[in-house]
Design a protein around this ligand. Structure first.
Ligand SMILES: C[C@](O)(CO)[C@H](O)COP(=O)(O)OP(=O)(O)OC[C@H]1O[C@@H](n2ccc(N)nc2=O)[C@H](O)[C@@H]1O
Ligand SMILES: Nc1ncnc2c1ncn2[C@@H]1O[C@H](COP(=O)(O)OP(=O)(O)OP(=O)(O)O)[C@@H](O)[C@H]1O
Length: 285
């Protein structure tokens, strides 16, 4: 019937401002979609059938199922749907895979069940399912604030190749909670760096590398001490700046030059490391 892409994201900058009374944290982050993406295939069906191609992917644990249940309950739809999720984004990696699948699922069910919901309405529903979900209705380059549900589109970050390295740490459920809980007051910042990043982007200036920082760099090394070895192996493969995406463990490097990115990707692949070569993408709409 129809298919929707669910792109991954990297956090070009990620500041945590402090803890909120509701247990979440206020953040300010520059988020960027890349062309590594899952694919969701939608078909009409009497019943709700959600399947995936990846061994270990469990529809009952995915926000795709939670999105279907929430829409059916809230809007009383009795129709079913057949959704097949082709996973390419590694799960629980810091690349927002399940959050992006959730946004695609909300768009898909809205279309399949003729719910007539606008993107802002879908974003609001998405925010109740996960803090990273609303961003995927905008895509491209955007700044997210609040707990992540306040999304402001930005002028596109200069087009770049992205090499991703996934350190072989066991993907664990609840790692994002653990990383947030591992933050110390010294890890909290004012949001100024992200403001400077936004300003430089709007003015078309070169973004100083110091502005591409992530508050989870320290706690992730605490939670996954082995991640430092993979950071070094990334540098040995030819990367000159390695960063953490989201709450990790995925690491990434940015390159203007395709051949440089391909050389680093090949070096990592030769060492049998889980790695991906991707490119930044613009706003889909
Ligand atoms: C790390 C990021 O990926 C950066 O883009 C996001 O902040 C995390 O977004 P997410 O995975 O969609 O997070 P959610 O599923 O909404 O929340 C998982 C858990 O992470 C913690 N959490 C999440 C977001 C936030 N701003 N503050 C938090 O403290 C909360 O304990 C929450 O229960
Ligand atoms: N086995 C599983 N099968 C399908 N979905 C799962 C499984 N285990 C966990 N999930 C879902 O995946 C979500 C976390 O994965 P996701 O890919 O969105 O996060 P992430 O890649 O760590 O992104 P970030 O770190 O940026 O938040 C969980 O909140 C849960 O909804």
């Amino acid at each position: 019937m129809f298919k929707l892409l669910a792109p991954a994201k990297i956090n070009l900058a990620l500041e945590v401002l402090g803890k909120r009374p509701d247990g979440y944290h206020d953040i300010k982050s520059i988020v960027q979609t890349i062309d590594l993406a899952d694919v969701l295939d939608f078909d009409a069906s009497q019943n709700l059938v959600i399947s995936g191609d990846l061994p270990g992917w469990d529809s009952s644990k995915s926000l795709v199922s939670k999105a279907a249940v929430l829409l059916r309950e809230r809007f009383g739809c009795k129709e079913g749907a057949r959704v097949h999720v082709t996973k390419r984004i590694p799960l629980m990696s810091g690349l927002g895979g399940d959050s992006s699948d959730c946004a695609a699922a909300l768009k898909g069910f809205n279309r399949l069940w003729n719910l007539g919901l606008s993107d802002p309405e879908l974003m609001e529903i998405g925010a109740a399912l996960g803090s990273d979900v609303p961003f995927f209705f905008i895509g491209g380059t955007a700044v997210i604030e609040g707990r992540g549900e306040l999304v402001t589109p930005l002028k596109a970050f200069p087009s770049a190749w992205v090499v991703l390295l996934l350190p072989p740490v066991l993907p664990e459920n609840g790692k994002t909670v653990r990383l947030y809980h591992a933050l110390k007051p010294a890890d909290f910042t004012s949001g100024d760096k992200t403001e400077k990043f936004v300003h430089a982007l709007m003015e078309g200036w070169e973004i100083p590398p110091s502005l591409l920082s992530n508050a989870f760099e320290r706690p992730s090394a605490e939670l996954w001490p082995e991640i430092e070895e993979y950071r070094w192996r990334f540098l040995e493969a030819g990367a000159y700046r390695v960063r953490l995406s989201g709450a990790g463990p995925a690491l990434f490097s940015l390159h203007r030059d395709r051949s440089e990115a391909e050389r680093i990707f090949e070096n990592l692949r030769k060492n049998r490391l889980e790695c991906y070569l991707a490119h930044t993408t613009g706003h889909p709409g």
